[in-house]
Design a protein around this ligand. Structure first.
Ligand code: CP3
Length: 363
């Protein structure tokens, strides 16, 4: 059942690559493509707080569109402007951006879980994201597909316990090793909210969904299987089942488990169409590990963008050759290995896109 009538899609490269198809060239987008390296983003940020933008659909739409306008014809996807930490907010936690994320009252012990909302109505708590998605789909006029996203339970759980970024992960590691059962229960509670949130994003108009497990690399392979993988599988299984049951479009799912290259082979059967890669694995090696079972996304070191045009061109050329199948682009979405950082020159980003178009083209 189509809930909205959206303009038809003119560029489906991203969706075809995610399904494993051969494409005339690799689709390309950049994690954090709407962010502080763009002067037009910094201009909006001068007069609006970060979460105020997330909660104001008109502003979120405007910022989502900024890189699409600037790099029109070069970028093949948009990603809704929001943050993974809107889920802990929906569960009842306060999150500030000061300038990194900080939680005034993190979860110190399992007793603190009692402070979380017992029922999370995503339409009520996160309706502003759905509204921004629907408005963005209209405003995009079919130029490129719109990606929706959420944080992975392990990464969200870590933020909720650490109260922000961490170098040692002491608090969250204390939780999983001292309170493993309570940890697993909370991880599944978060996963259930993620399922509702992702299904709601598809209902609102998202055309591909990405799950960000930014802190996956902090776990040993054994502990990843205990504390991250089950909730990732729970999400893929239940999102697919709900989309089918509610007659919603079957939507490609991407998992970006940063630092979890140790789990790459086993993640091919976690229920995701595409696995995102950081830059610490060689593209050809990743291809060997996944045995053609999933599409791949990534993975240039974002800091190459500081190296100037020659460095960018040779890194892109190498990356395109490394991901190529039978001499051309197939089942690959070009991207960076993590989010773009604030000091990058937008003109160097344009060059990155141009190089991907050139070197990933099927001849
Ligand atoms: C861990 C994580 C967060 N948020 C996100 C992740 C997963 C991806 C990753 O590992 O980077 C995901 C995210 N955050 C943001 C998006 C928007 C869409 C996009 O353009 O990619 C997405 C997909 C906007 C943002 N989220 C944030 C900014 C910058 C904040 C600002 O404008 O002051 C943006 C554009 C803030 C944020 N939000 C978060 C951090 C750690 C920070 C501060 C560090 C930083 O600034 O890069 C949590």
């Amino acid at each position: 059942m189509a809930l909205h009538e959206f303009p038809s899609l003119k560029n489906d490269l991203l969706l075809r690559a995610a399904k494993g198809e051969k494409t005339e060239r690799a689709p390309v987008w950049i994690m954090r493509q709407a962010g502080r390296y763009l002067p037009e983003f910094r201009e909006v940020r001068k007069s609006h707080e970060f979460f105020e933008i997330c909660r104001t659909p008109e502003l979120a739409v405007e910022i989502t569109l900024q890189p699409i306008r600037r790099f029109s014809g070069l970028v093949d996807a948009s990603i809704i402007f929001s943050d993974i930490l809107v889920v802990p907010q929906a569960m009842g936690m306060e999150v500030l951006m000061t300038p990194g994320p900080s939680f005034p009252e993190p979860l110190d012990t399992p007793a603190d879980v009692g402070k979380l909302n017992t029922v999370v109505d995503v339409d009520k708590e996160l309706g502003y994201v759905f509204e921004a998605i629907t408005q963005t789909r209209m405003a995009l006029a079919g130029e490129v597909p719109l990606i929706g996203f959420c944080g992975a339970p392990w990464t969200l759980f870590s933020y909720m316990i650490e109260g922000g970024g961490s170098k040692t992960y002491q608090k969250v590691k204390t939780w999983i090793f001292k309170y493993p059962e309570e940890s697993k229960a909370l991880l599944m509670r978060i996963a259930d909210v993620c399922v509702d949130f992702l299904v709601g994003q598809v209902k609102a108009g998202a055309q591909l969904l990405q799950v960000f497990d930014s802190w996956a690399g902090e776990l040993s392979p054994h502990d990843f299987d205990l504390f991250s993988r089950p909730s990732l599988v729970h999400i893929s299984t239940n999102v697919r089942a709900r989309l089918a049951a509610e007659n919603l479009p079957s939507t490609p799912l991407t998992l970006f488990a940063k630092g979890a290259n140790y789990a790459l082979a086993s993640l091919t059967d976690a229920g995701y169409d595409t696995l995102g890669l950081d830059w610490q694995i060689d593209p050809a090696e990743a291809r060997r590990l996944v045995k053609g079972k999933v599409a791949l996304q990534g993975n240039m070191d974002p800091n190459v963008l500081y190296g100037g045009r020659d460095a960018i061109e040779s890194a892109v050329k190498r990356m395109c050759a490394g991901f190529a199948v039978d001499g051309g682009s197939q089942a690959w979405i070009a991207n960076l290995g993590h989010g773009i950082t604030p000091g990058v020159d937008p003109e160097d980003v344009r060059w990155f896109f141009e190089c991907v178009h050139k070197y990933s083209a099927r001849t």
